[in-house]
Structures are given as structure tokens and as C-alpha cells.
Design a protein around this ligand. Structure first.
Ligand code: AMP
Length: 311
């Protein structure tokens, strides 16, 4: 199966307690593609400026990802984002967002990208996500990510696109903000009413939770001794999750497929956060991913024991 992804392709400036980078390859679509390409064929859609070098383009093509629909805009500048993390990495301030080439981007997908079975609308203006969704009518599974900025400034368009996808992947607090419901389960069920058949709430170092009409499944994040840079962890998670689903598209309604997809997303995200930017994902080994998925399975599993309870 092939997966089409549209979303930011960026230069990021990041400061964490463990160091800083002034300009490194980033972006939601970039992190997603680096993770999903461990599982399946990825086609990336989005614009970059002429400050985007061959070296960065080569990283986008890791594990054979296709960049035919990555448009180089002459005279334009690549999307730029700057963020700073607090000491425990749980808080992050956005210091700068420059849409640059995304401001006037009109996505025109090649036939191959339009025909993908699986579509991931990574974080970018909801209006652009909508335009891409309309060009991929044949997609059998569509997932969407977004963020507080778009909830704040493009809420109507965001609600429109949410109604046209199968899965919403969103940070826990953004899910509550979007639905105006303080309780996670109520918030997820409100989204299920709008159209999607599943919701994934990303909970940072606490992991993630999958909510469908008749199931709930939560996984902790992979327990690491050191996290260096969480930037892109959510997109990397989505890459593993959607990549696994793409490989099992005919068994989409099997709860085990979704649970395994959560485990692959979680394992891949753990490699992302161990190094700055995309460094942790570029040379990842399949055996190392499998080992972490096995560990997660051991952590999550428990044998049910009988115990006498007091009424
Ligand atoms: P995450 O840590 O999962 O929230 O993703 C961080 C990535 O999202 C960075 O690489 C940024 O380039 C990208 N990003 C930050 N803000 C935006 C935005 N408003 N729209 C699209 N992408 C963004």
C-alpha cells in the first residue's frame, strides 16, 4: 500500500535543556515520513523554498519515500518554526512560526499520490488539508493531525475536515480544547459523533490512548532514561501508527491491528526523542524497532488473577 502525506516540511530552531539547534530539518510531514517509511511506501506532498538543500531532500527520501510532489518554490523560503522546552520537557513555548511557502501553496497532487490507499493529513492549515482530502477520494483510510494554533484561528475549517476523516490524532489538551470538554473520554466521544471512527489522544511522556465507539486502549511511552528533544514525537508516532494500518488495511476493524499500530507508533517515537530533530530516525534498524515493540508488549501485558473482594 502507499501512503500520501501532506503537512509541514520545515526548518526548526529548538532549545531544550540538553542543547539547542538553530536550523535543522523538521516539519510534521518530515517526521511522519521518516517513521512511516519503516513500514510502507510514502509519498510526500508540500512546498519548500530554495533555501532547502539537496542534503535535506535526500533525508526526506530515506527508505525510498517519494518526493515527486515536493514542490521547490523559486524565491520562496521554507516553513520555519522555533520552540523552547521547559526543564522536564513537558512544556513547550512556540517562539516563532513562519508559514512562508505554505502561505500561497495550492496543492496539485500527481495521480500516484491521489491514488494512495492511505492518506495522512499532517499538521498544517486545515484549508490545505481539505484541498488534499478532496483530491484523494479513493483513500480507504484517512487520518488527521492538527494543533492549538488552528483550533484558535481556523476552527470552522478544522471541524469541516475532521468530518471527512476516519481518524483524528491530537494532543490530549488540544482534544479537550477543541471539544470544550474537560474529560478525555467525553471529548473523544464528541469527536466520534462528528464522523471519525477512532481518536488517538497523544499524551507526551505518558503515552497515548485510542478511543473508538466500543474500545479503549492506552499505552505508556517507551521508558527511556534520557529524552533529548521531543520535537516531532507526535508526528513520528502517527507515522508508525498509520504505517502499520497501511500494511493491514484489509483488517482495519480488527482491534488487534489498531493496538499493534499504537505499539509501532510508540516504539518509533522513542527513537525520535533520543536525538535532535530527525537524527534519531534516519538510520533506524528494523531489529531495534521490533525489540522495543516486544518490550512494550511485555510492559502492557498482565495475567488476570482472582482475589477475594469485600462488598
Ligand atoms: P510536534 O512536536 O509533534 O508538535 O511537531 C513539531 C513539528 O511541527 C516541528 O517540526 C514543526 O516544524 C512543526 N510545526 C510547528 N508548528 C506548526 C504549525 N503551526 N503548522 C504546521 N507544522 C508545525
Amino acid at each position: 500500500m502507499s501512503i500520501t502525506v501532506v503537512g509541514s516540511i520545515a526548518f526548526d530552531a529548538v532549545e531544550t535543556p540538553f542543547g539547542q539547534r538553530d536550523r535543522m530539518l523538521g516539519g510534521a510531514a518530515t517526521h511522519f515520513a521518516l517513521a512511516a517509511s519503516v513500514l510502507d511506501q510514502v509519498r510526500i506532498v508540500g512546498p519548500v523554498g530554495d533555501d532547502f538543500g539537496d542534503e535535506e531532500m535526500a533525508i526526506l527520501q530515506t527508505r525510498g519515500s517519494n518526493v515527486d510532489d515536493v514542490e521547490r518554490v523559486a524565491g520562496g523560503r521554507t516553513f520555519f518554526w522555533k520552540g523552547k522546552y521547559g526543564w522536564d520537557l513537558n512544556t513547550r513555548d512556540t517562539l516563532d512560526t513562519q508559514l512562508n511557502v505554505f502561505e500561497h501553496f495550492q496543492p496539485k497532487l500527481s495521480e500516484d499520490s491521489q491514488n494512495a490507499d492511505v492518506l495522512f493529513l499532517a499538521n498544517i492549515q486545515p484549508g490545505l488539508q481539505l484541498q488534499v482530502r478532496e483530491q484523494c477520494e479513493a483513500a480507504r483510510f484517512v487520518a488527521l493531525d492538527s494543533m492549538n494554533l488552528w483550533i484558535d484561528i481556523a476552527r470552522d475549517e478544522l471541524l469541516d475536515i475532521i468530518g471527512r476523516v476516519d481518524c483524528l490524532v491530537l494532543n490530549d489538551e488540544e482534544l479537550r480544547q477543541l471539544t470544550e470538554k474537560p474529560n478525555l473520554i467525553s471529548a473523544a466521544h464528541a469527536v466520534l459523533e462528528w464522523g471519525p471512527s477512532m481518536v488517538v489522544a497523544k499524551q507526551g511522556e505518558y503515552g497515548s490512548a485510542l478511543i473508538t465507539a466500543d474500545d479503549f486502549f492506552a499505552l505508556p511511552a517507551y521508558p527511556l532514561h534520557q529524552v533529548v528533544d521531543p520535537t516531532g514525537a507526535g508526528d513520528t508516532f502517527a507515522g508508525g501508527f498509520v504505517g502499520f494500518i497501511a500494511k493491514h488495511i484489509d483488517q482495519l476493524h480488527d482491534h488487534e491491528v489498531l493496538r499493534n499500530a499504537m505499539a509501532y507508533g510508540t516504539a518509533l517515537a522513542s527513537f525520535n526523542v533520543e536525538q535532535f530533530g530527525t537524527e534519531g530516525l534516519q538510520d533506524i534498524e528494523a531489529s531495534a524497532v521490533r525489540e522495543r515493540v516486544d518490550d512494550l508488549w511485555r510492559f502492557a501485558r498482565f495475567e488476570r488473577m482472582e482475589v477475594a473482594l469485600v462488598d
